[in-house]
Design a protein around this ligand. Structure first.
Ligand SMILES: [Zn+2]
Ligand SMILES: [Zn+2]
Length: 365
């Protein structure tokens, strides 16, 4: 079939809406008519990092839509189903067998390379291959080819526009808190960088009953968004000579049990470490520089843990429905974080999120 996609021709080039050829779904594939796609920072950072020979390419990995066709081997998905399309996993390797599908041994092939396991591409243009299959979807397009492992079927009365960020950003932030940290009534959390991932983490911590939550960000609008969940806002530029870690320690009775960094700024990661109390855990979620500076004395003396997390340790097939249940109960109120744009205003959406004018842009056909 012919569909429209936002095609990128080189790593530093623009997104150009063009007609492309999309394969009929194979036996294990699902054809989705895309309703909305969230813009995630990974779309932009992977684009910049891939070599030029891996273009032209279609990005987009927070898709939602309606199933239009299903291959004969697909189980559990029917034509007409409404789906949130998340990341892919093989469901057969050792990591997948443990339920750690974010660490699937095939994750590079299934999510990033741009073609199927047999080397064929789902997309073509003028008979030439066009790299697609980004997170098993490439959903910056009117149609996407997805799979049973990454399509999560949702209630048809839910607004698919608001569900797009659950595919990656909201799942990552909330999953880091609910699956990895598991805060309780004695916990405290500090989040450095209150964008979509950070605010989803804060919302989840509030839902889990974490009594003390601190948000650190330079933007007043984001601290206001965090305050809706009861988080105390800290703007480091207002602290004078006081290091932000010291301020967080004051606010958390000696140090936070948990810290999340979404900024990937090395100095911020160091402050996040220093904000922790004894045996506290820092989860670094930002995608950025190759090296961070760890304060080794602080680490050793206090038994701290510094680690990362892929997609919030979540299996989208169970975790996205769980988050949607919390949302339905009013305990995970993240709708106000979304700003919608017509798909054709993709460039505006990118500019707005990079400037911090919006938290989570979602592109809508
Ligand atoms: Zn696997
Ligand atoms: Zn993402």
């Amino acid at each position: 079939m012919i569909t429209t996609a936002a095609v990128v021709h080189d790593p530093h080039g623009p997104f150009v809406f063009e007609e492309v050829e999309l394969d009929e779904p194979r036996a294990d594939e699902v054809l989705v008519r895309v309703v909305a796609t969230g813009l995630c920072h990974t779309d932009l950072s992977v684009k910049e990092q891939l070599p030029p020979e891996m273009f032209p390419r279609v990005f987009g990995h927070e898709g939602t839509g309606v199933v239009e066709a299903v291959g004969p081997d697909v189980v559990g998905i029917e034509v007409g189903d409404h789906v949130v399309v998340s990341f892919r996993s093989c469901r057969a390797c050792a990591a997948c067998a443990e339920g750690a599908v974010g660490y699937c041994e095939q994750t590079l092939m299934l999510n990033y390379m741009g073609f199927r396991m047999d080397g064929s591409t789902t997309h073509h243009r003028d008979g030439a291959p066009l790299y697609g299959s980004f997170f098993g979807q490439s959903s910056m397009a009117r149609h996407a080819i997805a799979y049973a492992d990454n399509c999560v079927v949702v209630d048809r009365d839910l607004d698919l526009t608001l569900l797009a960020p659950f595919a990656c950003g909201f799942q990552t932030g909330a999953g880091t808190v609910l699956n990895l940290m598991r805060p309780d009534a004695g916990s405290s959390l500090v989040v450095f960088g209150a964008g979509a991932v950070g605010l989803a983490a804060i919302a989840a911590a509030a839902a889990a009953g974490c009594p003390t939550i601190v948000a650190v960000d330079l933007m007043e609008s984001r601290l206001e968004a965090a305050a809706r969940y009861g988080a105390i806002g800290v703007d480091p530029t207002t602290l004078g000579d006081q290091p932000v870690a010291e301020r967080v320690k004051e606010l958390t009775a000696g140090g936070a049990s948990f810290a999340i960094d979404t900024t990937a700024v090395p100095q911020v990661v160091t402050q996040a470490q220093l904000s922790l109390r004894v045996r506290g855990t820092l989860v670094a979620l930002g995608l950025g520089p190759a090296e961070y500076t760890i304060d080794a004395i602080d680490l050793l003396q206090n038994g701290k843990i510094i680690r990362s997390s892929i997609e919030g340790e979540a299996d989208p097939q169970t975790f996205i429905p769980h988050l949607l249940d919390l949302r339905a109960q009013g305990r995970f109120d993240v709708d106000h974080l979304v700003t919608t744009y017509p798909f054709t205003e993709l460039d505006t959406a990118i500019a707005d999120v990079l400037a911090g004018r919006v938290v989570k842009p979602v592109l809508v056909w």
